[in-house]
Design a protein around this ligand. Structure first.
Ligand code: NAI
Length: 245
């Protein structure tokens, strides 16, 4: 008998759905049958325009989805951005901009969706963290601080809001997205840096947004009902390597 995941009749909210990982997650949840309500600061096809750092906009979006769809079962909090300013050079404004987007907005989205997820009976929150939650690179402060804190948010929501709501995290490694290309573009030869990076991975490739989407499909399904409070590292084996040469 084939094993299939069917998310038909489920309504999923995905933030940052206009690009990269968020777009891949939205596409894969749709392929699994879910009705996806995407939002992003950049408007896209069937994507509502929402700045996730603006709590009023976030609450209005969630109320609108609940009113139109009657329910929310799955929330994937993906919107985020690199703030790589360095520990010495970061201003307080850099710190705040990073925390607002890469930490506070995830908590505010969870709060906005709490009642609807409880009513669902099988509510799931998936928070997109980063491999920077577990190890980092010089200069990536304060982004890594927010991503590390998200692992704590996942734990707290899992223990405080379970069993009605199951919360998990995904920490992607290098995923081929416009956001990641910005990182490669910061090197004198972006192509050389990309090839060097690929070669540092035991799987000899970068991840794709759809691969992270497939993890979301699984984690949102009843097959993952024993998964809670953990942030899963999906990094192509990069962190298994102790030394680069
Ligand atoms: P991306 O830049 O391609 O996509 C991010 C999306 O979030 C964009 O569509 C952007 O408009 C949206 N966004 C940014 N600020 C927003 C705001 N205030 N309100 C609403 N939407 C906003 O980036 P990518 O690479 O797809 O990253 C997505 C998430 O995955 C981020 O949280 C990032 O930190 C995380 N991540 C990405 C990795 C990668 O290798 N690409 C690795 C680890 C984590």
């Amino acid at each position: 008998m084939s094993l299939e995941i069917n998310l038909a009749n489920k309504v999923a909210v995905v933030t940052g759905a206009a690009s990269g990982i968020g777009a891949g997650i939205a596409a894969m949840l749709q392929r699994a049958g879910a009705t996806v309500e995407g939002c992003d600061i950049n408007e896209g096809k069937s994507i509502s325009r929402v700045d996730v750092t603006d709590t009023l906009q976030l609450n209005n979006f969630v109320s609108d989805v609940t009113a139109r769809r009657g329910r929310i079962d799955i929330v994937v909090s993906c919107a985020g951005s690199n703030v790589f300013t360095g520990a010495a050079a970061s201003s307080e404004a850099d710190w705040k901009r990073n925390m607002d987007l890469n930490l506070t907005a995830h908590w505010q989205l969870a709060l906005a969706c709490k009642a609807a997820l409880e009513a669902s009976g099988e509510g799931v929150i998936i928070i997109i963290s980063s491999n920077h939650a577990f190890s980092t690179i010089p200069g990536c402060f304060p982004y890594n601080i927010a991503k590390t804190a998200l692992t704590g948010l996942v734990r707290s929501l899992a223990i405080e809001w379970g069993p009605q709501i199951r919360t998990v995290g995904i920490a992607p490694g290098f995923i081929d997205t416009p956001g990641n290309q910005t990182w490669f573009n910061s090197f004198p030869s972006p192509e050389e840096e990309r090839n060097r990076t690929v070669n540092l991975h035991p799987v000899k490739k970068l991840g794709t947004p759809e691969e992270i989407g497939a993890w979301c499909v699984f984690l949102a399904s009843s097959y993952a009902s024993f998964s809670a409070g953990t942030t899963y590292l999906v990094d192509g084996g990069r962190s298994a390597l102790m030394q680069d040469s």
